[in-house]
Structures are given as structure tokens and as C-alpha cells.
Design a protein around this ligand. Structure first.
Ligand code: PXP
Length: 262
């Protein structure tokens, strides 16, 4: 005896197709855990444990984990990167300036994604995108090394059409839009704040690039960015998310950030 009628089968098929298309357009939340490492390093011990926090973020709903190892290891250490790699179940993104040691680390660890950031070692945090035109040759060479190793690549850029075009010329798979100017302008005029990012996102889409975004995104400004650019592949968020977790707890915070991406 057949358990399903033809109608049931059609409904199930429709459901599968619908859920597949929902999955395709989902913007992933990658949690940057550098601030967790900063807190741990303040006391020199292993509290909080960076790997445990990353695994908890995953079980609370994060779609990925981002780390930004710097040469002085003031946040994430090389040993953290090696420790995380075999245990993470979601996407692992390593971001940073492609100095020889960084390239070597990424090629050894082989994360799902590497994001190239133009920051100097002493910088407090990333504060600009690449000049992809000026650095075209360098970026092309570095991106090729990562692509040959099977690591997806992303280049951190401002919302600037020319910089995105040159990132595409260099051969990147994705660009990550530097959203600090959006976050800063948002409280005064959110329409004006988001407009250049929508334009930049369209340029990236026309060039066939994947699209990430990050820096200073928060529970205040994330949903509006998502509403205007729902085809973003991933947002990477650290500072505000960890600050919110002090009040809301990590589990609820991650749930609330995920809710901003619906
Ligand atoms: N993306 C990049 C390239 C970054 O350098 C950072 C900061 O480390 C972030 C995203 C996350 O920014 P925030 O900590 O402000 O959320």
C-alpha cells in the first residue's frame, strides 16, 4: 500500500525545493572570537577557553568562526588556530595581513576561507580596505597560492566600485565590505549610510563575486544592512557581539544576531 498520494509527493517536493532556495540565500553569521582571546590573555591562563567558546558559539547557532591572528599574538595565537581547526564543525575563516608567516599558517591549517586584510602589525584594528589597484600584483600572487591550496579567498575592501573591480581582477572569490562607515553614519541617516554599500554589493554581484561584510556591525545596524543587501553570503562580527553577550549571555546574543539575518 502506498503511504503517500501523488499530492503528498508534490507537496514534499515543493517543500524540499523551497527549503533549498532558503538555504541558498541565507546570510551566514561568522563569530570573530578575537575578543575572547584578548580576555584570556589579560590573565595569562586559559580562562575563558577559546576553543570551548568557539564550539559553544557553533552549538548556539553560529555558522562560522573567524580569527585574526596578528604577528604579536596579542589576541589569537598561532596555537589557537591549530587547536580550533580539527574541532570546528562550521566554517573556519582566518583573516589577516598576508605576511609570509600568515600565508604559511593558512596553507598549513587550510581553513574554509581566508580573508586578506591590509592592516599593519601595530594597528589596533582593521581601519580600511585594500587599495586593490595599487596592490594588484601582490594580491594576485597571494590569492593564487591560497586558491591552489583549495582555500576560498576574500579581500577586505571599502564600498568602492573600482576597488571591487580590481579585487575581481586579482582573482578573489569574494570581497568583504568594510562596514565601519555604514555603522558610523547609521544613527544620523540610515538610508544614506547604506546606499553606497548597496551599490558596491551590486558591483560585486555583477562581477560574479561572493559577498561578505564586517566591522562595527551590531544588533542596532545589522538587520537594516541585511534588508538592503539580502544576498550577502556572510557577516563577520566580533566586538559588539561579545559586548552584548555580557548583558544577554552568549546563547541569546547569537540567537538575536541570527534573527537580524532573517
Ligand atoms: N572583518 C574584518 C576584516 C576585521 O578585521 C574585523 C575586526 O577584526 C571584523 C570583520 C569584525 O569587526 P568587529 O569586531 O567590529 O565586529
Amino acid at each position: 500500500m502506498a503511504f503517500f498520494s501523488q499530492n503528498d509527493t508534490n507537496v514534499s517536493l515543493l517543500f524540499v525545493l523551497l527549503s533549498q532556495s532558503i538555504t541558498t540565500i541565507m546570510t551566514k553569521l561568522s563569530v570573530n572570537i578575537n575578543k575572547i582571546a584578548t580576555l584570556r590573555n589579560a590573565r595569562g591562563g586559559d580562562v575563558p577557553n577559546v576553543v570551548k567558546v568557539a564550539l559553544d558559539c557553533e552549538s548556539f547557532g553560529a555558522d562560522g568562526i573567524t580569527v585574526h591572528p596578528r604577528p604579536d599574538e596579542r589576541h589569537i595565537r598561532r596555537s589557537d588556530v591549530y587547536g580550533l581547526r580539527p574541532l570546528l564543525r562550521t566554517e573556519f575563516n582566518i583573516e589577516g595581513y598576508p605576511a609570509p608567516e600568515f600565508i604559511d599558517l593558512v596553507l598549513k591549517v587550510k581553513p574554509h576561507q581566508v580573508t586578506l586584510v591590509p592592516d599593519s602589525p601595530e594597528q589596533l584594528t582593521s581601519n580600511s580596505g585594500w587599495d586593490t589597484k595599487k596592490n594588484l600584483e601582490f594580491l594576485t600572487e597571494v590569492l593564487e597560492a591560497f586558491k591552489n591550496a583549495g582555500v576560498r579567498t576574500s579581500v577586505f575592501v571599502s564600498a568602492d566600485a573600482e576597488m571591487i573591480e580590481y579585487a575581481a581582477k586579482a582573482g578573489t572569490d569574494r570581497v568583504e565590505l568594510y562596514t565601519e562607515p555604514y555603522a558610523t553614519a547609521y544613527p544620523q541617516n540610515k538610508e544614506a549610510a547604506v546606499a553606497p554599500f548597496v551599490e558596491a554589493a551590486k558591483v560585486a554581484r555583477c562581477l560574479g563575486l561572493g559577498l561578505n561584510a564586517g566591522h562595527d556591525l551590531s544588533l542596532v545596524n545589522l538587520n537594516y544592512l541585511y534588508q538592503n543587501i539580502p544576498w550577502m553570503d556572510e557577516v563577520s562580527i566580533g566586538h559588539s557581539l561579545v559586548a552584548d553577550a555580557l548583558y544577554l549571555g552568549l546563547e541569546r546574543t547569537i540567537r538575536e544576531y541570527k534573527n537580524c539575518l532573517r
